[in-house]
Ligand binder design. Structure first.
Ligand SMILES: Cc1cc2nc3c(=O)[nH]c(=O)nc-3n(C[C@H](O)[C@H](O)[C@H](O)COP(=O)(O)OP(=O)(O)OC[C@H]3O[C@@H](n4cnc5c(N)ncnc54)[C@H](O)[C@@H]3O)c2cc1C
Length: 446
């Protein structure tokens, strides 16, 4: 392919959900696309994998009905979200260690304000009426009064009269689930935006959508299939290590070098890689200061997932149970390779478990779980997968630190979950950013 000619492709580096979305949008617009991914499978931080020959996901990915762009992308690759997800009405049931009855229940009849207020009032038994009323008036303001300035979620909750019981049993776990960032650091503006998107738009937007199929089948594999059908060049297992461009020519092509010494040429470039990888591929010239400062400001949080296989089926359990003060926050029954015998335990900020071996980690989690749910008994086996850089920390003022998607190089754009304004690092943020990068390219190259 001649460098710089109209037929030279647009290279998309990274086949996570952002890169796949960008590549599909470009290919559907008739652009020649070259998708390059370092891993052997597509999907990035939301992918299927094999652990000891067991097909599992690298983590539980829960959406809400408000994740419109993600659901739209899934539909566009011919996957029906109705059958691909279990839809669960918004609600929470949290269990203390060793407690057989739930320690906290918030199960509104609908996400509308009167039903939410009633459920919140009921969730605080044993509190004085004044405390309960102040809490629900405060919570209503949290949903309906947009914040002018950002502040830590914990400070916001205190300003809005949320009693300690509600902070510990509702807001702490919810904030961690939504943003993978603890309330003392997390951005109240981003949290509020997510709450408003999910809870101010009716029951469907508030539904929790729990994948009923392996993650790879929901989007990454069908997306690759469509890209190949559209004659895109797709390369897996190829890591780009350097990018060059002759800065003296505005139309100069990009040269992408890989680990094995190979080089590809592209007329434009979408870097859909996480912040650290992106920073290592970009020039460090003075014109790039804003981009590098933004990338360097992105902190990352870990998530571990423990999978336990029980001798008896466990999928008759509720689709989502919350765990308080335990090794892990959420318990999700899963079918794995057709077997309804698996539980997945999601562990955000898993610092105390991280130093353990994978084997010791699942056994520790299984012991702690058996104390809360003795009916489960002993698992037959288990697995553990830890993602050290699972999400970008949704800290206060993150929105001011995000780098722009258009870079100083003409025709070079950034994409990824860390770029989307007002959203935490999620599939929806990744998909929105993938679409945005493709739109910017098409706008600049009519
Ligand atoms: C355990 C876990 C649980 C999560 N739970 C949820 C959830 O419940 N709900 C939700 O919405 N989100 C969840 N997330 C977050 C979600 O997975 C991410 O926000 C999203 O997948 C990020 O997509 P991305 O395309 O922006 O980045 P990535 O998925 O990181 O994609 C970047 C891709 O670039 C590739 N790459 C990097 N460097 C190079 C290079 N030099 N050359 C070539 N390729 C390269 C990588 O291999 C990767 O495939 C979770 C994440 C994890 C890890």
């Amino acid at each position: 392919m001649a460098s710089g000619s109209p037929a030279a492709p647009v290279a998309v580096v990274g086949a996570g959900w952002a890169g796949l979305t960008a590549a599909l949008a470009l290919a559907r617009a008739g652009q020649p696309v070259h998708l390059i991914e370092a891993g052997r499978t597509p999907g990035g931080r939301a992918r299927s994998l094999e652990l000891d020959q067991t097909p599992l996901d690298n983590g539980q990915h829960i959406l809400v009905g408000a994740c419109q762009q993600t659901l739209q992308q899934i539909r566009a690759v011919d996957i029906d979200p109705e059958s691909a997800f279990h839809a669960v009405p918004f609600g929470l049931r949290m269990f203390d260690p060793g407690g057989h009855a739930p320690a906290f229940v918030l199960e509104p009849r609908s996400p509308r304000l009167p039903a939410l207020a009633t459920a919140l009032y009921r969730s605080l038994p044993g509190h004085a009426t004044g405390v309960r009323l102040r809490a629900l008036i405060g919570a209503a303001a949290m949903l309906h009064r947009p914040l002018r300035h950002d502040l830590p979620v914990l400070d916001w909750l205190r300003q809005r009269h949320q009693p300690e019981a509600l902070v510990q049993r509702l807001w702490d776990p919810l904030c961690l689930a939504v943003m993978n960032t603890p309330t003392r650091m997390a951005s109240a503006r981003i949290f509020q935006n997510v709450l408003r998107l999910a809870l101010n738009h009716g029951p469907q937007a508030a539904q929790l959508l729990i994948p009923a199929r392996p993650l790879g089948e929901l989007f990454p594999q069908p997306a690759l299939r469509e890209l190949r059908q559209r004659d895109a060049c797709v390369e897996l297992g190829r890591r780009i290590t350097a990018i060059e461009r002759d800065a003296t020519h505005p139309d100069a092509p990009y040269r992408l070098h890989d680990r094995q010494g190979g080089t590809s040429t592209a007329r434009a470039l979408i870097l859909a890689t996480p912040p650290t990888a992106t920073a290592s591929l970009l020039p460090s010239d003075p014109g790039w200061d804003a981009t590098h400062q933004g990338l360097a400001a992105m902190g990352a949080g870990s998530i571990c997932t423990v999978y336990l296989r029980y001798p008896r089926p466990v999928t008759d359990r509720p689709p989502l149970q919350g765990l308080l003060d335990q090794h892990g926050q959420w318990l999700i029954p899963r079918h794995v390779a057709g077997a309804p015998h698996w539980l997945a335990i999601v562990i955000s900020t898993a610092d105390d478990l991280a130093p353990l071996t994978a084997d010791a980690r699942w056994r520790t989690v299984a012991r702690s779980l058996a104390r809360t749910f003795p009916e489960l008994g002993e698992p037959e086996t288990g697995h553990s997968v830890c993602e050290r850089r699972a999400t970008v920390d949704a800290r206060v003022d993150l929105d001011h630190q995000r780098p722009p998607a258009r870079t100083p190089w003409p025709g070079c754009y950034l994409a990824g979950d860390y770029l989307t304004h007002a959203l935490p690092s999620t599939l929806e943020a990744a998909v929105q950013s993938g679409l945005e990068s493709a739109h910017l390219f098409l706008e600049d190259h009519p």
